[in-house]
Ligand binder design. Structure first.
Ligand code: GDP
Ligand code: MG
Length: 602
């Protein structure tokens, strides 16, 4: 196919504005699927990502379409539609020249619309503004066109109107894709170069990659090498995704294809595939590395299930290139893993799948964000000398005496809210340590606010709180704003003077007293009384910020049994022994294991 007749595009939208439904209609019009209900949300089904109605992974469909008697190849690169996965949206658009900016004609411009629009702008993509759901009686296309004009300076006469549900206007949209979006800009006489935008795992074929070819041609059986390690492999599998695999023997620059190098061939998002002759390895594209926003520990409830849980985690991680897994251990919970996620929703989706896969009890520790510290002198990390250390687990914080500066991750949050909730929303943002950026009107009823917010204040329950204080009418999205210096301290918990490792946390100084008091009070509630009195202290740099005292008490489980029922008595003693196994002992104080997880929950 002539590259002039290739179009690479994505559909970007706020969640529920109709991306998946529109993708179905495009697939129908290009003959990939037959019209009918059993085909609902084909791309989503393909990845079995329907558990929570969210498309998690980027999926591609190469569509054939004839326009003015000429055959075109339209590559629809699907993107996930939730704030947690904005990182993946970013990766998918690196292979695109244009986007369909889909906006619900009822709801109008929402926070995520703003985020995906600015992403498209940053990547110099052609934007096809499209109003969806115009079949609904309450749809108000004129009003939403005015919003698009005031927020994005989009001219009303360039805006298309469709009903993805009814199929209205979809043919016109396909033609706009051909006439408005340019073909890929490629150098076909250069060596073969491609970058990887997605990977997944196949039991028999190993890692399969979704690759965007920047230059040259790619043939089945040809030798290629990875940019990351320069190791050479052979192209074993090559296919178009329509969206089902259609094997091909050759692909040209500008195309988006599935490539596999066999079970030992490897492949990871962001890497590039090059022809063996390619010596100049100039960057093929800047595919942003995955940024993990939330970390949590995962442990087997019983160490005998360690191998089984390990297998389940590995299996899931192979198909989710966005999680990071490293080994972790804790005195209370034993051997486990520290897992990094894109956000809380991602964590939820992953752990739900893990429980389905693993079919046994797993312990998930309270999630935390990554911190960064600058230390005295340089430290050698993976062959590089650096004086900065990323801390994904508060327990691994370097000695505080060596720390020069603390940094925490920040985001730029965008909120679109009806004006009547402005006061409440501003209060929430300031309460979460936010600093306001200029706000602007979307129209008479809606305002757009932007705040710089600490990620730690956002990941836990910001979105839910925002929804509840605005009766569900405000929308929220955030973008990474990097690490910034922040007055943080390490807070330790001592029981009768002995440090409890797993309760160490990193706290903002303005939250210190509140957190110290809350944590000690909750521990007092959660730790059962012991044979000795227990002092619970929250300590920062040797200074006690809160203290609770748990009175002594002797618990004799058999005391209330008199006389002879021996079996009953034995059973009770056994229960008590089993209970003890699930206890962690600090300074002879027995603490139920779940205390460590529950106490840090909000
Ligand atoms: P996504 O989150 O952007 O992928 O949105 P979906 O495609 O899953 O659509 C969200 C909801 O809106 C679903 O219940 C769809 O049936 C509905 N929907 C999508 N497009 C239309 C449309 O054109 N008209 C109407 N009435 N409903 C639509
Ligand atoms: Mg969807």
């Amino acid at each position: 196919i002539d590259v002039k007749r290739i179009r690479n595009f994505s559909i970007v939208a706020h969640v529920d504005h109709g991306k998946s439904t529109l993708a179905d209609r495009l697939l129908e019009l290009t003959g990939v699927i037959k019209p009918g209900n059993e085909n609902a949300q084909v791309l989503d089904q393909l990845q079995a990502k329907r558990e929570r109605g969210i498309t998690v992974k980027a999926v591609t469909a190469s569509l054939n379409y004839t326009y003015n008697n000429e055959p075109y190849l339209l590559n629809l690169i699907d993107t996930p539609g939730h704030v947690d996965f904005s990182n993946e949206v970013v990766r998918s658009v690196t292979a695109c020249q244009g986007v369909i900016l889909l906006v619900d004609a009822n709801e109008g411009v929402q926070a995520q619309t703003v985020a995906v629009h600015s992403l498209a702008k940053r990547n110099n993509l052609v934007i096809i503004p499209t109003l969806n759901k115009v079949d609904l009686p309450r749809a108000d296309p004129a009003k939403v066109k005015a919003q698009l004009k005031s927020v994005f300076h989009i001219e009303p006469d360039t805006v298309l109107k469709v009903s993805a549900k009814k199929g209205w206007g979809v043919k016109e949209l396909l033609e706009a894709i051909i006439t408005r979006i340019p073909p890929p800009n490629i150098q076909s006489n250069d060596y073969f170069r491609a970058h990887i935008i997605d990977t997944w795992h196949d039991k028999y074929r190993g890692v399969l990659c979704l690759a965007y070819i920047h230059s040259g041609t790619l043939k089945l059986g040809q030798p290629v090498k990875w940019k990351s390690d320069m190791k050479q492999h052979t192209v074993k599998f090559l296919a178009l995704l329509r969206p089902n695999e259609e094997n091909i023997t050759e692909a040209v620059a500008g195309q988006v294809v599935m490539v596999g190098l066999g079970p030992k061939g490897g492949g990871s998002v962001g890497d590039s595939l090059l022809s063996p002759e390619a010596t100049n390895c100039k960057d093929t594209a800047s595919v942003p590395a995955v940024r993990h926003m939330v970390y949590a520990g995962i442990f087997p409830a019983d160490q005998s299930q360690h191998t089984q849980l390990s297998d389940s985690i590995k299996k899931l991680a192979l198909n989710d290139s966005a999680v990071s897994v490293s080994v972790d251990s804790s005195p209370a919970l034993g051997q486990g893993w520290r897992v990094g996620f894109l956000g809380l929703l991602h964590l939820d989706v992953f752990t739900q799948r893990l429980l389905q896969e693993y079919k046994a009890e797993a312990i998930l520790t309270a999630p935390s964000v990554p911190y960064k510290v600058k230390i005295k002198g340089a430290k050698v990390i993976k062959h590089y000398k650096t004086d900065e250390v990323i801390v994904t687990n508060p327990l691994q914080l370097p000695d505080v005496n060596n720390i020069v500066e603390y940094y925490e991750p920040f985001v730029i949050g965008t909120i679109i809210t009806p004006v009547e909730y402005l006061g409440a929303v501003n209060t929430l943002c300031i309460d979460r340590r936010g600093s306001p950026l200029p706000s602007s009107a979307v129209d008479e009823q809606m305002t757009m606010l932007q705040y710089i917010l600490p990620l730690s204040e956002v990941v836990m329950d910001f979105h839910d709180t925002l929804k509840s204080i605005t009766s569900g009418f405000a929308s929220f999205d955030y973008q990474d704003y990097g690490f910034h210096a922040s007055p943080l301290v390490r807070m330790d918990i001592l029981l009768n003077g002995v440090l409890v490792d797993e309760l160490t946390s990193i706290v903002h100084t303005s939250r210190l007293e509140y957190n110290a008091r809350k944590l000690t009070a909750r521990l007092k509630e959660m730790i059962p009384r012991q044979m000795v009195q227990v002092a619970i202290q929250a300590v920062v740099g040797g200074k006690v910020f809160a203290r609770e005292t748990l009175k002594a008490y002797r618990k004799d489980v058999t005391a209330k049994l008199y006389g002879g029922d021996v079996t009953r008595r034995k059973k009770l003693l056994k229960q008590q022994a089993d209970g003890k196994k699930k206890m962690r002992s600090v300074a002879n104080i027995k603490i139920p294991r779940n205390t460590f997880i529950d106490v840090l929950k909000r």
